[in-house]
Design a protein around this ligand. Structure first.
Ligand code: IPE
Ligand code: IPE
Ligand code: MG
Length: 250
């Protein structure tokens, strides 16, 4: 029997981004209301945050709420916001203990005041931590992010703070919510849909994509390891030829 491929501890992606999808279907399959799927999904968040740190991932971006998700039924939006608040309250001490540093990517100001308050507290309490960066994408949409960056740069040009010809890819990146973070190496989507749903359109230009039918509440450390093993089997060419990449590796 061929042996199963093993995880190479020396080739762990620096930045893993996850579209945590499939909560609603997970619940509906069990005859439960959709919100029960979101509740179950919180357990997966805890498991994957812990596992990512243990496996040596440096940045974990979790897509938790999109700009379009505001259009869901109000009860579902309220449940998601209250789950977010209670997650942050409950996990604060464990994030501190595990040296996790929390960041937020998205329209933080659109979140309910009480969520913003606890989010800011957790960000402040964990800001000096040196372990895993947990980057929560909240009220996040790439088109909004890119539009805001363009607007900010246009204002700086008008004010004479930056010259048009100085707007480079690097400068543009520094005006996105993810400023300072390396681009994701691996982008995982649970729940089986083959689309980006407005997630990291700029940053994922060269991310390796991994789509699994496993729904988010069922996604655990073993599933994450499967995704990492799959990633390790890819050849990242960044536009070059296989031969060029092999020469560089040898
Ligand atoms: C992802 O699960 C969670 C959020 C978008 C907030 P869904 O709620 O989209 O679950 P499905 O895709 O309907 O199963
Ligand atoms: C993407 O899932 C957003 C999050 C996981 C937070 P959706 O369920 O909102 O995406 P679509 O609507 O299927 O594209
Ligand atoms: Mg969905």
């Amino acid at each position: 029997m061929p042996s199963l491929p093993e995880l190479d501890k020396n080739n762990i992606p620096t930045h893993v981004a996850i579209i945590m999808d499939g909560n609603g279907r997970w619940a509906q399959d069990r005859g439960l209301p959709r919100v029960m799927g979101h509740k179950a999904g919180v357990k997966s968040v805890n498991a994957i945050v812990r596992a990512a740190g243990e496996l040596g991932v440096k940045v974990l971006t979790l897509y938790a709420f999109s700009t379009e998700n505001w259009n869901r039924p109000p009860v579902e939006v309220q449940t998601l916001m209250s789950l977010l608040k209670s997650y942050l309250e409950k996990e604060l001490e464990s994030l501190v203990k595990n040296d996790v540093s929390l960041r937020c990517t998205g329209q933080k100001e659109k979140l309910p005041q009480e969520v913003q308050k606890v989010l800011n507290q957790v960000i402040a309490r964990t800001s000096l931590n040196k372990g895993l960066i947990l980057n929560l994408a909240l009220s996040y949409g790439s088109r909004n992010e890119i539009t805001m960056a363009a607007r900010c740069l246009a204002q700086k040009c008008c004010a004479g703070e930056i010259a048009v010809e100085d707007i480079s890819e690097e400068v543009f990146s520094e005006h996105l919510y993810t400023a300072g973070l390396a681009d994701p190496d691996l982008l995982i989507r649970t729940g089986g849909e083959h689309r980006l749903s407005n997630f990291l359109l700029w940053q994922a230009s060269y991310s390796e994509l991994y789509i699994t039918n496993t729904r988010w509440p069922d996604f655990d450390k073993d599933h994450l390891i499967d995704a990492l093993i799959d990633y390790q089997d890819r050849q990242r060419r960044f536009g070059k030829t296989t031969e060029q990449v092999l020469v560089k590796e040898s």
